[in-house]
Design a protein around this ligand. Structure first.
Ligand code: APR
Length: 243
């Protein structure tokens, strides 16, 4: 396949590479995605579990849901796709940035360091009032204490993740946009590309002249724009691109 050869060559030669990942890259690690058949939003109302209003209405139930996800994530392991991206970072160094919508921390566990977590991290909690932040306790402990309070001000703690209608962590989007606007190669892996502002990063790179690669078993709004759309899973697709 000529275009695969060209894509491999462009990645090899590129000094600046930007990668965006979504839940699909963690699917092979056994972590459910959101919008696939069987995905989280097929079984849970996102209004109840991923909005400030939902948390306000029933903080204990939202904490129970995050404690359940956190337990699964702690038991999961990075898969070869995570490792291949950590390897690419080691090759490219300063010119590489990995932007993820995932909150599972599997990229970091695979060795990635140049990571921007656009939607926060399930491994952290933050205070609903002051700026206190902390790592989550072990899931078992959390499950027995589903309304953790801030040790500084006594207010309720919440997962340190971005819910619908909330702002992204300060600086995260700017770093992501700068990387995608200056990338020679942009790769979008395992995202349905429907949630903004992450969904626009691929388009931003393409319009700035980047060579755009998508890896996803399904079509997305980005597929037609991509220079190369590998209609396969992240493990297989990244192995063909990067091995
Ligand atoms: N490899 C690559 N892609 C895969 C794989 C796989 N093995 N399995 C599924 N996919 C693709 C699906 O085809 C789908 O396009 O991963 C994508 C997952 O899409 P979503 O479930 O919508 O997840 P994501 O795009 O990360 O959602 C974005 O929405 O709910 C919010 O904050 C949440 O960060 C999340 C955001």
């Amino acid at each position: 396949m000529e275009r695969l050869k060209e894509a491999r060559e462009r990645i090899r030669a590129a000094r600046r590479v930007a990668v965006l990942t979504g839940a699909g890259i963690s699917a092979p690690s056994g972590i459910p995605t959101f919008r696939d058949p069987g995905g989280l939003w097929k079984n849970f109302r996102l209004e109840d579990y991923a909005t400030p209003e939902g948390f306000k209405k029933n903080p204990e139930e939202v904490w129970r849901w995050y404690a359940w996800r956190y337990k699964k994530i702690r038991e999961a392991k990075p898969n070869p796709a995570h490792h291949l991206l950590a390897e690419l970072e080691r090759e490219k160094g300063e010119g590489f940035l990995l932007v993820t919508q995932n909150i599972d921390g599997l990229h970091q566990r695979a060795g990635s360091e140049r990571v921007v977590e656009l939607h926060g991290s399930i491994h952290r909690a933050r205070c609903t009032v002051c700026d206190f932040r902390t790592e989550l306790p072990a899931p078992e402990k959390l499950e027995n204490h589903l309304q953790p309070k801030c040790p500084m001000c006594g207010a309720l703690l919440r997962p340190d993740v971005v819910w619908f209608g909330e702002y992204l962590p300060p600086g995260a989007l700017e770093m992501a946009q700068t990387a995608f606007a200056s990338a020679e190669v942009a790769m979008v892996v395992g995202t349905s590309a429907v949630v903004e502002p992450a969904a626009s990063l691929g388009r931003l790179a393409k319009h700035a002249g980047a060579y755009l690669i998508e890896v996803n078993p399904e079509n997305t709004p980005l597929t037609l724009l991509a220079d190369l759309a590998l209609r396969e899973g992240a493990v297989e697709g990244l192995a063909r691109l990067l091995r």
